[in-house]
Design a protein. Structure first.
Lengths: 322, 235
């Protein structure tokens, strides 16, 4: 039922002819009520039969207890600034050339650093300095912090080599000897602190009693391989259609299939700017779907495919019969 | 200034004076009455061509959204940790999950159905657009729900999703690792957005009615002759 001030050319993909045919009684509220009850039965059946997943969260305590070697290998990268978080760029820090971009389009640079994170201070030295009555650890931190950058790099490099061959001896971290100065003590203390559960609380704390921001513990956790190993075992890694799935055999966010699909195909699956490329594609497609009625060719697809003949088959059958 | 005694005999006349009809309130009422006359808002008959199962999926989507909201409200009443420690809570969480799955399942079928009907025809483009926007807002609402679960799925999904969000610059203000912020978006902002836009969508459907079938003379399978057919019928 279009009302135009001026007569304009009829376009079948835009305009309709006013319906002059028959109307039939239709109780729209009764239909809605029956549908409401039917969906209730459906979701109760699904909930009772299939339940819902609730895999417990990984804590820094459980990670460092189950895999202290991975924890220590991650901690040293936080201290020497080579972890994924330390080299991330905006919004966590201003690492040069870390932003994803498409040509000159580099949107995260427009907003800059909004969740500032210094991994050495926030993930290692800061938490260690909250430990009470640890003069040896305090001395190690002071020695590290007052040494030259070259000396610090020599120690962290030596520790990275040593911790690559570290072993887990009954839940305790055992790192081969090396010339890594105070760094071994610092990482060892941090591992022991994490194993007590102290690091979970310290990273969550923002200087107040109530906290709801898990940015720091989640970033630390994601820098290790333990989290991704667990996700791999639960068929959740990126090349397994990643985050649209959830633990167990549940449908997950199946509606993200198109978003996740772009991560599986070239060049996005190997591009350093893959996330931005996928998001630009999805933004264009989403806006395109909103404005589909205005897009030539695409808006004619329903008329050309003739699927509507199936939908309105009774109507066309009756038309043919008259 | 006199004090009005307010007897029934002095009640306002049923017809508006010119001054009253210029009121904002009166103008909004008249506009609403004009846009949504009762027989159009709650019709008791429909065009005969509405004889297909595909029409059921719109109402199934709406009632599934109602169940998403009802089960979500129960979870909200009891607080975000309840469902981890209570079997009753876990059941309500399961109902919430499956009502969301049903909602998206019905909504996607509804969307494809409307696409193949070219349901934007006849001044229904805004109806189409609000439907797509409510779908996109629902994706955001469901996503923040996954981030608010406080379990392994939340940890993995948030740490994976942050890279995409951050690459757009949105991560500066929309931090998927901030549980408190994501919970607020999930239970306040996005539900208001979805309910508002879905409500507008339903009102527009009632306002314009369901789209008539293609006139068979319009339905040319080949793009080469489409313009010829389009030209044969002035509005």
């Amino acid at each position: 039922m279009s009302h135009h001030k001026k007569p304009r050319r009829f376009k079948p993909d835009r305009d309709v002819k006013e319906w002059k045919g028959a109307y039939v009684p239709y109780d729209i509220l009764k239909e809605a009520f029956v549908a409401f009850l039917a969906v209730a039965v459906l979701i109760v059946l699904l909930a009772v039969v299939f339940s819902s997943p609730d895999e417990p969260a990984i804590t820094l305590k459980s990670w460092s207890t189950i895999d202290p070697v991975d924890f220590a290998q991650t901690a040293i990268t936080e201290l020497d600034g080579t972890s994924a978080t330390a080299t991330y760029g905006p919004p966590y820090n201003s690492t040069p050339d870390a932003s994803q971009h498409i040509g000159f389009f580099e949107p995260d640079q427009w907003f800059g650093v909004h969740q500032p994170i210094d991994t050495a201070r926030d993930f290692v030295t800061g938490p260690l300095q909250t430990l009470p009555d640890q003069p040896v650890t305090e001395a190690a931190i002071a020695l590290y912090q007052h040494s030259t950058a070259a000396q610090q790099a020599a120690w962290t490099t030596a520790y990275e080599k040593a911790v690559a061959n570290a072993t887990d001896v009954n839940g305790r971290l055992h790192v081969p000897a090396g010339r890594y100065g105070p760094v071994g003590l610092m990482v060892g203390s941090l591992t022991a602190m994490a194993q007590t559960g102290g690091l979970d609380g310290t990273l969550l704390s923002e200087g107040q009693f109530y906290n709801t921001n898990y940015t720091k513990p989640l970033l630390f956790l994601a820098d290790g391989t333990y989290l991704s190993d667990q996700a791999q075992a639960q068929h959740l890694s990126g090349d397994q259609w990643g985050m649209m799935n959830e633990t167990g055999n549940y449908p997950g966010q199946a509606w993200l299939w198109l978003y996740t699909m772009w991560y599986q195909v070239s060049p996005m699956n190997s591009s350093a700017n893959g996330d931005l490329e996928v998001w630009v594609i999805m933004m264009v497609l989403s806006v395109g779907l909103i404005f589909l009625p205005f897009i030539p060719i695409l808006r004619s697809v329903p008329r050309w495919t003739r699927v509507y003949k199936l939908i309105w088959r009774r109507h066309y059958r009756e038309l043919a019969g008259t | 200034m006199s004090i009005e005694t307010g007897t029934p005999a002095e009640a306002p006349a049923p017809t508006s004076t010119p001054e009253e009809s210029r009121q904002w309130t009166a103008r909004v009422r008249h506009a609403a009455e004009s846009a949504f006359p009762p027989h159009q808002l709650l019709p008791d008959r429909q065009p005969a061509y509405m004889a297909s199962w595909i029409y059921v999926f719109g109402v199934l989507t709406v009632v599934s959204l109602a169940w998403v909201i009802i089960t979500g409200c129960i979870l909200a009443i009891m607080g975000p940790s309840w469902w981890h420690v209570s079997s009753a809570g876990h059941l309500v969480n399961s109902l919430h999950l499956w009502s969301v799955e049903a909602f998206f399942f019905f909504m996607v079928i509804h969307l494809w159905g409307k696409f193949f009907m070219a349901a934007w025809r006849g001044n229904r483009r805004l109806t189409w657009a609000t439907g797509v926007i409510s779908f996109l807002a629902s994706v955001g609402a469901a996503f923040t729900g996954y981030l608010s679960q406080q379990n392994f799925d939340s940890q993995w999904i948030s740490t994976q999703a942050k890279d995409g969000i951050n690459s757009t610059g949105a991560g500066a203000v929309w931090n998927v690792l901030n549980f408190g912020q994501m919970l607020m978006w999930h239970i306040v902002l996005l539900p208001i957005g979805v309910a508002a836009i879905a409500g507008l969508h339903v009102l527009l459907v009632r306002r314009h009615g369901i789209v008539p079938p293609f006139d068979e003379s319009d339905a040319d399978p080949a793009p080469a002759t489409a313009s010829a057919i389009a030209a044969d019928e002035p509005a």
